[in-house]
Design a protein around this ligand. Structure first.
Ligand SMILES: Cc1cc2nc3c(=O)[nH]c(=O)nc-3n(C[C@H](O)[C@H](O)[C@H](O)COP(=O)(O)O)c2cc1C
Length: 192
């Protein structure tokens, strides 16, 4: 059965995570991906990756929706999906989700994901965090969402930025039930 995953990219630093996730979904068997990118993310994608990265990244998705199209399929709970991931997730988007503020297609799709009790994973990125950010994280967690800060797992002994990005992308996709075996370095305790 085909898995349908919604991918949101918002304007926090870390557009590279969104790109890696789309690459992994594109490589995975039987996955249909639905992409929505905020206007701020269009800016960070061009600043952090390269000027034409958005069009290359969009071709990795099965469907790309416009962020202002609140009549898109993913805006409705009747559209069957297997969950949504927002990578990276800005504090603005996190706060909107925490308060049910469905003010664009990305935040509406996230709100729908929560109301339908489907899995929502947020690679929330800001540093440092103030109490408002932390409260929004608690609110989203209480609503059933998963806050997944894109923090490196140094126990996996990453050698390159790509190792770090791949590990984080794979661990977050695993939370949505996407098969990513082979991309995750698992903790292997040394003999005592
Ligand atoms: C280069 C760059 C890096 C940014 N990094 C972050 C960040 O890490 N976290 C964050 O919450 N906002 C960050 N911002 C600010 C957001 O883009 C801004 O708050 C925007 O309104 C978010 O809108 P969105 O949630 O609709 O994508 C960054 C902006 C730029 C231009």
């Amino acid at each position: 059965m085909t898995q349908r995953i919604i991918v949101g990219i918002s304007g926090a630093s870390g557009a590279i995570f969104g790109r890696r996730i789309l690459e992994m979904l594109n490589d995975a068997a039987n996955v249909e991906s639905h992409l929505v990118v905020t206007p701020a993310a269009e800016r960070t994608i061009s600043l952090e990756l390269h000027r034409n990265a958005l069009s290359a990244l969009s071709t990795l998705a099965t469907v790309r929706h416009s962020c202002d199209d609140v009549s898109a399929s993913i805006a409705s709970g009747s559209f069957r999906s297997d969950g949504m991931i927002i990578a990276p997730c800005s504090m603005r988007t996190l706060s909107a989700i925490a308060h049910g503020l469905a003010d664009n297609l990305l935040t509406r799709a996230a709100d729908v994901t929560l109301k339908e009790r489907r899995r929502l994973v947020l690679l929330a990125r800001e540093a440092p965090l103030h109490a408002g950010h932390l409260e929004a994280m608690i609110k989203v967690t209480n609503l059933g969402g998963i806050i997944f800060p894109p923090a490196p797992a140094f126990y996996a002994k990453p050698q390159t930025i790509d190792d770090i990005v791949t590990q984080i992308a794979a661990r977050s996709l695993e939370l949505l039930g996407v098969a990513v075996e082979g991309s995750i370095l698992r903790w292997d305790p040394p003999p005592t």
